[in-house]
Design a protein. Sequence first.
Length: 141
Amino acid sequence: MLMEKRCLKVAFGMEDDEHLIDAHYGGDSEFFAIYEICEDGDYKLLEKRHNKAKDFEEDDDGHGDPRKFKAVVGQLLDVDVLAAFRMGGPNFLRIRDKTNKVAFFTRTRDLKLALQRVVENFDDLWEQVQKKKAEKPPIEE
């Protein structure tokens, strides 16, 4: 019998159609490119999702407002992996500790390369995702 191929739903925080945003976190992205990426290297763009959190007023120095974090993750509840060029500060720790999402650093802003890197790391990401889903709700209060 044919095994279902394994696929992950990955959100890339984007500046424009070809480049990931150069920010610590996807919270400042113009939009999220939501891709289905499969173990055999197939991928397809499912949708471009407007980032509603971009317009969020932050009440601190602009890094790591927990309400903004919730606003970002709240619109990506159906996604397995949050992919960013780089990520730092408290929001990365919140993703790691408070959600069932896996954070992945692409280390490139080129979307085509970033997609390739997810494919290259598929097995590892898949395992991390299964583990987190078993442990946590999509977002902890």
